[in-house]
Design a protein around this ligand. Structure first.
Ligand code: ZN
Length: 138
């Protein structure tokens, strides 16, 4: 079993923003030389998430609206008493969405469903962050 590791840098203009990273993950997958296995795509932070969903901007907005309803900004979170960034809501939103996803790799390419897109969800951005991609297989 071989493994290939590569980090990609993320920088969002908005504090909260969702980016399609499918192509960037595919490039790493191709570079890995691994034909059959899986790719683990993992946020290296606790205020950003990685998830797979439908490639529909309206659905992305729906997710953001639902997260804002169940984890509102402006409520006092215990974490905010210790972290001057006031990003308690960002940590909780990232935890709910999930920090990583894994995708099958077949014939050297990501084997995603027709409508599946890999997204990076930033909840406390405007600074450089990293997503670690690890491709494991043969
Ligand atoms: Zn914090």
């Amino acid at each position: 079993v071989k493994s290939y590791r590569h980090s990609i840098e993320m920088h969002t203009e908005e504090r909260e923003q969702v980016l399609d990273i499918t192509e960037r993950v595919q490039e790493v997958c191709a570079r890995s030389g691994i034909a059959d296995g899986f790719a683990l795509v993992c946020s290296q932070h606790t205020s950003s998430a990685v998830y797979i969903s439908d490639n529909d901007p309206a659905l992305t907005e729906d997710l953001r609206r639902v997260l804002a309803q169940i984890v509102p900004e402006g409520t006092v979170y215990a974490h905010d008493l210790a972290d001057p960034k006031g990003n308690g809501h960002a940590h909780i939103r990232a935890t709910l969405v999930g920090l990583s996803c894994s995708v099958p790799v077949t014939n050297g390419a990501l084997e995603l469903g027709v409508y599946q897109t890999i997204y990076y969800a930033e909840f406390d951005g405007q600074r450089t962050k990293t997503v670690l991609i690890k491709v494991i297989g043969e």
